[in-house]
Write a protein that binds this ligand. Sequence first.
Ligand code: F6R
Length: 605
Amino acid sequence: MCGIIGIASNKSVTSNIINSLKRLEYRGYDSSGVATIDDNTINEKKCPGRVEELEKLLFNSPSSGNVGIGHVRWATHGLPNQINAHPHSSELVSVVHNGIIENSENLKQNLEKDGYKFKSQTDTEVITLLLTKFLKKFSPLDAVYKTLEKLTGSFALGILFREHQNIIIGARRGSPLAVGYSNNENYLGSDSYALKSMTNKISYLDDGDVCVLTKDHIEFYDSKKNKKNKKVLILSEDKNETKLGDFKNFMSKEIFEQPFTSSNCINEYIDKIRNDINIIDFPLNPKKLNKIVLIGCGTAYHSCLVAKYWLEELTDLNVEADIASEFRYRNVKFNKSNLYVFISQSGETADTAAALELCKKNNVKTCSIINVVESTIARSSDWVLPIHAGPEIGVASTKAFTGQLLVVYILILKIAEIRKNINRKIFLEKISNLKKLPDLLKKSLKSEDKIQIFAKDFIDAKGSMFLGRGSSFPIALEGALKLKELSYLHAEGYPAGEMKHGPLALIEDGLPVIVIAPKDKYFEKTISNMQEVIARGGKVLLITDKKNEVINENIRFKLEMPYIESLLNPFLTTIPLQLLAYHVALLKKCDIDKPRNLAKSVTVE
Ligand code: F6R
């Protein structure tokens, strides 16, 4: 998952490429590079580290040219160093690539036999050298098609040609690619976000498409090289949501935005006059549904798991929740009476997109719960339910998680009502409780002071555990995931009842253990599990709610969250866990918005 930008213009493109690369850093940030064509020469500049490093390099050694490509990398093949950074250029072409070439080893051996020499350890360089080979006999477009025939895997490409200085060719198989239109300037980009600062007019390439762009014209071809037309889409305005304001980083901004984003989302879905849920156009009649299958990755998968508990509690439906990278390779038995629900913030996650494609091949109905409505997953689904959270920039998902929970909960309520699993009175009660959520989220954020103190216990900790039962179990998983990705500290999320089957052996004096135990039907059981942890020296942070009085002087900290009906607890208990991960990372001086080895959009499998 890397970021690609290409610009063909009537003026120098380097500074706009750098600006777009900064916007693209959420896709990868271990190295970056740019190539332009000027005076019949390919100028390639690249370096390890953030785009800032590339900017410094270009400041000391400027590159000019009216046509150029740029790249931010998230390493798959080869270390994140200068040689492996993109673009990869030969005397004839320069290539930027997102995705993976699965047969690169075979292709490399064949090219080496033909006398071609490789400089990097990347899979991308085979593309550069195949193009170089084919360009000796073919036009740029034909050379691209000849090269594409040889490649297996999933990828998006941007290519410059030294002898055809005014064009950029883009190609898409599996990984997303978009073009943007402006006056005397056209663009190629991994997504609309990369292009949004320059234009609001874009088109997406379909799988297998190739495009040829110059400063004043863009041509599209399908996988068989037939010319095709593309719809131009007008992007919605960015309402300055991507500015930091008074916050130190995007993660803290996004955590504190949750009362607002949840209120926004509730307003979109709840009709306050009719006291009803504005969800219509079900792709399948909810009364005839057999099962709901929920699919996602990482945090989005945790939303699926919470939804599973809710569906089982509120409806008579069968439910399954699966990790997309597992679902896509399992021998799944598809059923046309099932609804397949995909949850994703970015809508570009490769495994989730592939699982969706598998569903489409099997002719079953799909729904996506998504933040980026222009994304690949949203465009491919039968039905889209946006979470209305606004752009999420911090790599660790926070406001998108609560947004996903909110939309899936609202969907479940509507299904439960249509199926008459809950009566009108209960339905109205649940809606009225839901409307209290934004205020209660605001109150939960007040736990920050206590969390800041508890965070200090993690500085020298060897690891930590997060425990919960019922829907607090996925929240424990989510808390552990946030802590490990942000602070690089080992963290395990566990169902509290499973501890005695092995993980209890990990508890030793001073190990921080976070116990999530709101007053629900699991409360007493979880508290017993907590006592077992305390008896073995665990330093416990108990997250509970005001309706209970657990007194145990051996609890290191007790956090009382506002009281809410038990189904809605996951919204509130997740807040202190986001804050905990954030403050531990801050104390450990980790990069909050861009944790090491990660990227915001995971477009490789
Ligand atoms: C963790 C996190 C990731 C994402 C996962 C799926 O904080 O952000 O685990 O949730 O990569 O991404 P989306 O939701 O874009 O499909």
